[in-house]
Design a protein around this ligand. Sequence first.
Ligand SMILES: [Zn+2]
Length: 414
Amino acid sequence: MLNLRRVCFVLFCFLIANVGLAAAQHESAPVVARHLVGPLHILKCNDNAQVLASIGEDGTLLVDTGYPQTADAVRKELTELGSDSVDFIVNTHSDLDHVGGNAVLGKDAVVLAHPVTRLRMSTYFALPEIPGEGIPNLTVAGDATLQFNEDVIRILPFPGGHTGGDLVVHFTRAGVAFLGDIVLSETFPNSDPAKGGNASRTAEIIAELIETMPQDTVFVVAHGKSLTKSGLGEYLEMVEGTVAAVKKVVDAGNDLEATLKARPVAPWSKWENAEVGLTVDRWTYEVYAGLSDAANVSICAPLTETLVADGIDAAEKLYRHLKASEADAWDFGEGQLNFLGYQLLMRSMVDEAIKVFELNVESYPESSNPYDSLGEAYMAVGKNDLAIVNYERSLELDSHNDNAVAMLKKLRGN
Ligand SMILES: [Zn+2]
């Protein structure tokens, strides 16, 4: 189970990507275009992820490309807006709902991203179903400027807020800044430590944007309504307020469980959006994780690379080797293999997912969640006996595991 109280959270963008997948199969027009200003248009994919397009005499530039499933519909909208091909793509970060259309939309384009985005895409996203031709071919680690469609476009790295590779794209003449997922204007941010994000850093980035961007800038975000500078200021107050509240509890000597229990973020609960997993608990965890800077590089990164190149057996061998020889250099936390296993499950690589969940059970035999995840993977391939054994063990270790109770009921057909 992807348990919100565990170290590995299901990533916001994967959650909404999944919602997106389901929606894409039913909706005939999953992309809606809206004119913003001058050559700029916002294309909303599946009523959720927003792509920004500059269409003019010089051609077409896209900031982000939406889901893989909406790429053809984005292409169609662009054609209706007078664009015959895409010349530039800027990816604000590596989540699937931001890079998923790269392969279809960026065939003849220069694709720019932060080096960390490229790295993440060539590891996690090199797994099947994410075509390799969508990988960025130009990386931007420092400020870059592009003269395009009569605007001066600044591409500004602000890594470490939402992910380790966030870019902000500032259309200086139009007065528009696209913030990707650094800010989710209507909910708590998602400063995911598993992807190099950090809640305190998110607050710093927003403060810097407020300080450095022109007064009348319109801040467009990928999920949610656009903000003025004063709206961004209110958002910053929430982020700073919650970070300070959690810090106070942590400074008093509380661990994660105790901090969650104290609910320091409760006064800001109107910012919760449980539907996409952005709950008070989750944000509390992310702030907590950001304050305790224990984050080593996830063991998922080298494992995924090896899995793609040489298969699951080679990845397992590498896991055992690194655990024996470099245990301190990598994050071997329980959530890591859990995360990788779900990445594989989402791509229907069930055999590989089972192997990864089995490794996690072996590493954390006294923890409930790895058994729950393994049960889910066995259930996915119809190995119900093995699924039952694992859900039972999970429930033994955590009697509050309602998911295991529900799954056992389902598996036993009563
Ligand atoms: Zn997103």
